[in-house]
Ligand binder design. Structure first.
Ligand SMILES: Nc1ncnc2c1ncn2[C@@H]1O[C@H](COP(=O)(O)OP(=O)(O)O)[C@@H](O)[C@H]1O
Ligand SMILES: [Mg+2]
Length: 203
């Protein structure tokens, strides 16, 4: 069997008093589609940031298959330093990515590319952030609340776009229909521990 693209082992992290994560494992293989669920404050966003390499756990290991490409959609995207949505999206492209995709995906998401990121609405901000992770073709997409602020048409577009891609997915979302339609395995965070089953959210 092929090694996982990302593997987190025995992750522990405490902010202040009680441990947020302890003994957490998460493994994502090629083309796998995982939904990461749990109550508000259970540590989903933090675990996704650890998977993205943006937060260091207190202990545990993070393995990423050499050469594997990752894109991470934050719950709160930061546009600081970018004059236009196009510049923001282009900055997310990697060396092997098709530069034309930045404009193409922005247009698909109803943006022109010349919007000032400081002036856009919540929905436009989310669409620009999605364009930034969808313009490339990464091996793994880590998505924190991708449907927030989106209208139903855009959610449906996003669903079929993700479904058509070969990227492995890890998705945090409150949108049950979105999770049911896309996920094929489920990781459930509860009181610091994680359980993973190889059935989608609908199961
Ligand atoms: N950098 C941080 N410093 C201190 N506490 C944090 C930090 N990041 C997250 N937390 C806390 O960790 C808990 C889990 O947060 P989060 O991972 O965002 O959960 P979820 O995404 O499941 O709602 C929350 O109580 C939050 O306040
Ligand atoms: Mg969160």
């Amino acid at each position: 069997m092929a090694p996982p693209l990302i593997q987190l082992k025995d992750i522990a992290l405490t902010f202040g008093g009680t441990p947020l994560l302890s003994g957490v494992e998460l493994s994502v293989s090629q083309s796998e589609r995982v939904c990461l669920i749990g109550r508000n404050g259970s540590g989903k966003s933090t675990l996704l940031k650890i998977a993205a390499g943006l937060v260091e756990p207190d202990s545990g290991s993070r393995f990423v298959q050499p050469g594997a490409t990752i894109r991470y959609l934050p719950q709160e995207p930061d546009f600081a330093g970018f004059a236009t949505t196009l510049a923001y999206v282009e900055a997310g492209l990697g060396p092997g990515d098709d530069r034309y995709q930045a404009r193409f995906i922005l247009e698909q998401l109803g943006l022109r590319g010349d919007e000032d990121p400081a002036m856009v609405s919540g929905g436009e901000a989310r669409r620009a952030a999605l364009a930034r992770v969808l313009a490339p073709s990464p091996d793994i997409l880590l998505l924190d609340e991708p449907t927030n602020h989106l209208d139903l048409t855009t959610i449906e577009w996003l669903e079929s776009e993700l479904d058509s891609r070969r990227s492995a997915l890890v998705i945090i979302s409150h949108d049950r229909r979105f999770l049911s339609n896309l996920s094929r395995s489920t990781a459930w965070l509860d009181r610091g521990q994680i359980s993973q089953i190889d059935r989608g959210f609908s199961a």
